[in-house]
Every structure is written in C-alpha cells, then in structure tokens.
Ligand binder design. Structure first.
Ligand code: SF4
Ligand code: SF4
Length: 84
C-alpha cells in the first residue's frame, strides 16, 4: 500500500461538464482523470473524476469554462491508502 495525503478536495458538477479536458492537464498533482467512454453525463460527455492527492490549489476551478468545480481545503491533511 502507498499512503497519499490530500490537503483539499473538490466537488465536480458532472452534469454541466462539456468534456474539454482542460482541467486534466491544469491539475498540478495530476489527480483528475476522465471517466471511461461508457460513463457519460446527460449532455453526452465524459467528465473528470478525482483521485487522492488533491492539494486544494483551485487550478481546476480557474481553468474550467463551465464552473464545474468547487474547492475545499482541509485543516489537517486526509490520508488515503491506495494499492501500489
Ligand atoms: S484543487 Fe488543484 S489539486 Fe485539487 S483537483 Fe483541482 S487542480 Fe487538482
Ligand atoms: S475543464 Fe470543466 S468542462 Fe472541461 S473537462 Fe474539466 S470539468 Fe469538464
């Protein structure tokens, strides 16, 4: 197991995402990835999902043209154990 610390988290309003993927490359720790091709929203687009390791930096919030993200910072880091 590997331990990953998250200093923040995001909510993702998946229904309004247009699948542009700008957030994927904008996220410094690269903790956002797009859903698989069989997981699409009501508009017909794939959307991002969050993995452990968010820093709460808000880069995703600033880059997203559709205001999909809300960002929250934890007072204490949250530790997640993930398989290697
Ligand atoms: S807040 Fe920062 S670290 Fe967290 S998902 Fe958004 S861009 Fe990535
Ligand atoms: S930047 Fe916004 S609209 Fe584009 S894929 Fe990410 S969440 Fe969806």
């Amino acid at each position: 197991m590997t331990t990953i610390k998250s200093r923040g988290t995001v909510t993702i309003d998946t229904d309004v995402c247009k699948g542009c993927e700008l957030c994927i490359t904008a996220c410094p720790p690269r903790v956002l990835s797009m859903t698989g091709s069989d997981e699409i929203n009501q508009l017909g687009y794939r959307y991002p999902q969050l993995h452990p390791g968010c820093t709460g930096c808000a880069a995703c919030l600033m880059v997203c043209p559709d205001f999909v993200f809300e960002v929250f910072r934890f007072e204490q880091p949250v530790v997640t154990e993930v398989p290697e």
